[in-house]
Design a protein around this ligand. Structure first.
Ligand code: MN
Length: 209
């Protein structure tokens, strides 16, 4: 299992509405949710648009009982010729999957969070994707509402990785972060999420197209 120690250490759960760092064992870990032996377990992924000190997109893939996480400053690109910097950050609990709202100013990551995309993912190679993460190179398929098809994450050094779209039918030059800017859970823009939770609407709105 991944470790949530860093996640818990960075947050004060009496002040932030984020989920506490409880580890959960999903069916995927036990292989009980397999859809036919050849398909393998379903793993979830989420991309959260986060207007903290700076705007970024948190890209999270379920593995080893946690959400392995990367902060992508410019967000994912559907264009295979574009490589996006992805800084690996602390593992997040699986409960983080549906977190949308406002982290109070002054708390870690203070600002507005939107569930920008959600769905399932699977590694291109059979076996435990943890081996690929450790090796710093993984190819995988996304089945989200906005992001689909084949992708790759490649480590360059330390916590620094590159997120890249692979060439396939779902590749495009569409600037998906601009053309599909709304929450996949609530259809709200960043400003709407901030307004509903009593956050900084002006700061959040600066991240809307
Ligand atoms: Mn973030």
């Amino acid at each position: 299992m991944g470790s949530l120690n860093e996640y818990v250490r960075k947050r004060r759960f009496a002040r932030t509405p984020e989920p506490e760092g409880k580890k959960r064992t999903r069916g995927a870990e036990k292989g009980s949710r397999t859809r036919g032996a050849e398909k393998g377990p379903q793993r979830v992924f989420v991309v959260q648009k986060h207007r903290a000190t700076a705007l970024h997109y948190d890209f999270r893939l379920e593995s080893a009982g946690v959400l392995r996480s990367w902060a992508v400053p410019k967000g994912p690109s559907l264009d295979p010729s574009v490589k996006r910097l992805a800084m690996q950050v602390e593992d997040h609990p699986l409960d983080y999957l549906s977190f949308e709202g406002v982290i109070p100013a002054g708390e870690y990551g203070g600002g507005t969070v939107m569930v920008w995309d959600i769905g399932t993912w699977e590694p291109d190679e059979p076996g435990d994707p943890e081996r690929s993460f450790k090796a710093g190179r993984i190819r995988f398929a996304l089945r989200g509402k906005k992001l689909k098809g084949s992708w790759a994450l490649v480590r360059t050094r330390g916590r620094q990785w590159l997120l890249m779209k692979s060439r396939d039918r779902s590749a495009s030059t569409d600037e998906v972060t601009l053309t599909k800017a709304r929450s996949v859970l609530t259809r709200r823009l960043m400003a709407g999420i901030a307004r509903d939770a009593g956050g900084d609407v002006e700061k959040a709105a600066s991240a809307d197209p």
